[in-house]
Design a protein around this ligand. Structure first.
Ligand code: GAL
Length: 336
């Protein structure tokens, strides 16, 4: 599997090198170790990106081997270009908040910004071993880069909740996406104004995890992975004109045999610039036996009318201000 991914990557590097595109440090290299501005490996697995005052903040699971094994850590990085990331440190350092036991789990952290930007609320999947508790935890901070303080945990809408995702619509409404196994599907749930709870918006009857959503070209696109734990599988997507549906059938994001290039969805990031709008697939290349060494697969998606496609991973660059990527086929002009 790893060898197959490396073959794609080599093919991508060669095709980029033979093109006129600039290859340098302004390039995102899917699958490579991604270093922060101090030369340290970015620890933001299962992550989420929050845009606040023209700066992107990338939050994720910090799996640094030297972390205290009894605690769970969320790291934060900031960037204006989505390529160069400055470490803002470990913004949540949490001891077992609810006597969950030595193998307790805090995964897929996402940060939402309060309407007046005065408060920042982090959600994450909170669990015991082996993933029976199925709750979300909520932590708050009055600065985006922490420190976040644990407030509570709950089952959103009273349902079991494992993988979570985050979505902020163009009108600023914020949603939590969560996978609920007993109901064989996942929920899109609007956050209340204070961001501390959720209301039901949609239930999508497909047993998927790694849920991610984007609003693009007048349609909603939802992406998810099948339930194979850390093992990658062909991720799928569906579309709808309203969040409440009806949703189309799910289709593969890439050809079945490429197995989503061994990645699992974490988020869909829309970058709207002066020249175009692109959607970036943010995925994790998990290494379950050395989670700290898990890599990231970020690629701009090829967007059609109600279709999306994950192209083979290759180094690429982008201009956030213009909303353009070096992979020109992935950019469409802004909607008039
Ligand atoms: C994945 C999930 C990860 C983690 C893993 C554990 O399916 O997306 O966040 O929970 O299972 O097996």
């Amino acid at each position: 599997m790893k060898r197959q991914f490396e073959r794609w990557l080599v093919a991508g590097v060669l095709s980029l090198a033979s093109s006129t595109l600039c290859v340098g440090q302004d390039v995102i290299r899917p699958g490579d170790p991604w270093l922060d501005s101090h030369g340290q490996r970015i620890q933001a697995h299962g992550g989420g990106v929050t845009l606040y005052k023209d700066v992107y903040y990338w939050f994720g699971e910090d799996r640094t081997p030297s972390n205290d094994p009894d605690k769970r850590y969320v790291a934060c990085y900031s960037s204006r270009d989505l390529v160069h990331w400055e470490s803002r440190g470990q913004v949540l350092v949490l001891a077992d908040p609810e006597r969950l036991g030595p193998h307790w789990v805090l995964e897929r952290p996402k940060v939402f910004v309060g309407r007046k930007g005065a408060k920042f609320v982090m959600y994450a999947h909170l669990d015991d071993a082996p993933y029976k508790l199925a709750r979300v935890m909520v932590a708050v901070s009055d600065r985006i880069d922490g420190q976040y303080k644990y407030v509570k945990s709950f089952r959103p809408l009273g349902e079991e909740s494992r993988d979570i995702g985050q979505f902020v619509d163009d009108d600023g409404s914020a949603y939590l996406i969560f996978e609920s196994r007993p109901t064989k599907g996942f929920f899109v749930a609007k956050l209340t104004d204070d961001l501390m709870n959720v209301e039901k918006t949609a239930f999508i009857a497909a047993p998927l995890e790694g849920g991610a959503l984007v609003h693009y070209g007048g349609f909603y696109y939802v992406v998810g992975s099948h339930m194979t734990g850390w093992r990658p599988n062909p991720n799928v997507y569906a579309t709808a004109s309203t969040l409440a549906g009806p949703w189309t059938e799910f289709s593969n994001l890439a050809a079945q045999e490429v197995n989503n290039y061994d990645s699992q969805s974490a988020m869909l990031l829309k970058v709207a610039g002066s020249k175009g709008t692109m959607v970036i697939f943010m995925g994790d290349l998990w290494r379950p036996h050395a989670l700290w060494d898990s890599r990231y697969l970020w690629m701009p998606l090829e967007m059609g009318s109600r279709s999306m496609h994950l192209p083979p991973p290759q180094p690429w660059s982008l201009n956030v201000r213009k909303g353009e990527t070096s992979l020109r086929s992935n950019v469409v002009p802004p909607t008039p």
